[in-house]
Every structure is written in structure tokens, then in C-alpha cells.
Design a protein around this ligand. Sequence first.
Ligand code: NAD
Length: 294
Amino acid sequence: MAIVIDGKLISQQIQEELALEVKTIKTNGGKTPHLAAILVGNDGASETYVGAKVKACEKIGFKSTLVRLSQDTTEQELLYIIKGLNADADIDGYIVQLPLPKHINEQHIIEAVDPKKDVDGFHPQSVGRMALNLPTYLPATPYGILQLLERYKIETVGKHCVVIGRSHIVGSPMSILMARNTNPGNCTVTMCHSRTANLKEFTLKADIIIVALGKPEFLTADMVKDGVVVIDVGITRVTSDSTKSGFKLLGDVKYDEVAAKSSFITPVPGGVGPMTIASLLVNTLKASKKEVYK
Ligand code: NAD
């Protein structure tokens, strides 16, 4: 039976470690790390995510600034705010919560963020530096997965890792990170996506499968070999009669049957999800300490 990877616990541990470090920094008269977040519009999910990030900052002793902008904010206005954050010496890092309203070009916004403050790791410079294994801010969700693999001491060297999904925020960076000459890393990586033919042929050979496609219970037991490590990134909200709220969250893995064949597996919720915030906070502390760019 699989060891269940407890992302909630690891995320809490990381946040406790960060809180201790911030306390020491403050005691020694150092600068309090400061994260800003820009939220455009009133998308419910985005409000929840940003709210959780701000709350996490407060809990561990970071400063946080939430810049709320209306849905009809223009691209020019947003670029002007970004210019201000780039120039603000007190702000160590900031994020622009995605998705943005349709009339704003996300790529223009991502590229306007000063790479030194790009704690989401989405700027092309950050992505390039990640691929080259140079110091940078790693994107939060893939970074969170690396931390889970590391803290659970899961062997990755020489393993065959199959990544399902090629989004810019999860699948693509994950495939790069697992192939790098680092630990965790040093895998032979197969990147699968919506146009992959005979996906099962690849997943059946995988030692590690990282699933990030957003299709509930897509990965089934017949697609995996015994002893596989399964990292489930998917989160889909589905209606449910069995919960008070009337909905529940499902991952991309048919959990019970795949867990029965796995050596390690992440649950949904409580697996990868909680790690995203922890990684963002780690990146913010790195920015504050000027660890990435001196
Ligand atoms: P996305 O929609 O941008 O990308 C999905 C990817 O899946 C695409 O690259 C596509 O090629 C691939 N895909 C689609 N159908 C496929 C198929 N049949 N076979 C193989 N590949 C297929 O999604 P995303 O932003 O990467 O998110 C994926 C999931 O992860 C979503 O459920 C999302 O909610 C979740 N997510 C969770 C976190 C977290 O913190 N835990 C963070 C980001 C995303």
C-alpha cells in the first residue's frame, strides 16, 4: 500500500521554518520580507487564492500588500502599477494573479515584471534560467512538487518520469526540472500531452508519474505499474451529494485503485495544492535576502 504524501503537513513545516527565519532576521534588525499581489476583477477562485497568500504572509511575519483593481482596468493602467511595484524598494517580490480579464494580454504583463521580483517564476528570463540550471525563482507548483519529493526522500536519479500536461505553469517546467542534473532530478523524462498517441504505453513504463491535465480521475490502475510514484496536480471541483457544500475536489488520478499499486501518492486535496503557497513564500524570502540576484 502506498505511502500518502502529506502536502499539508510539509507546507506547514516549511511555513514554520520560514517564520523562525523571519523572526531571526527581524531580531537582527534585517528587512522584513514583503510580498505584493495584484488582483484584477472579482473572480471567486482568484480572490480565494490571493486571500490565502496574503493570510499566509501575515502568519509567518512577512509584510504583504494587496493591490485590488477593477475588472475594467486597462492594460496600460496595469502596466503603470507594475512599473510602480518594480521601482518600490520595499517590495521584494510580487505576483499578478492569473487569469487576467480577456482584454489584457497576459504575456505583456508577465514580461513587464522585473525578473528580480518575479517570485511566480513566469517571466521568460526566469524560465530560461530554470532551464539552464542558473539561480532563479522556480514556479510555485513545480517547486512545491520538488520539495515533496525531497522531503519524502523519493529517489529520482535514473528513473523514468512521465509528465502528463504541458502547460507553462505546471507540465512544461516540471518536465525540465525532473530532467536537470539536480536532486531531485536526473530522471529520463517523457512529456505527454493532448496529442500524445498511446499514452498508456508510456505511463506503464513510468517509475514516477506527474499528472497535470485537469481531467478528474483520468489516470487509472490499468495505466500504471506496481510501485509507481504518483504526483497528482489536478484539482477539479465537481458536484457531490455526499458533502455539505454540495461539491468536492477531484484530482486527475483515480485515487483508491492507483494508490493500491503505488509506492507513494499525493492525495487531492492535501497533496500538491498546499505546497504552492509554501513555495511562493520561499521565493519571497529568497528575493528579500537577494539570494537569486545579488
Ligand atoms: P492546462 O489546461 O493549462 O493544461 C492541461 C494540459 O493537459 C495541456 O497541456 C494538455 O496538452 C494536456 N492534456 C489534456 N488532455 C490530455 C489527454 N487526454 N492526454 C494527455 N494530456 C492531455 O492545465 P494546468 O494549468 O497545467 O492545470 C492542470 C490541472 O492542475 C488543473 O486541474 C489545475 O486546476 C491544476 N493545478 C493545480 C495547482 C495546485 O496548486 N495544485 C496549480 C496549477 C494547476
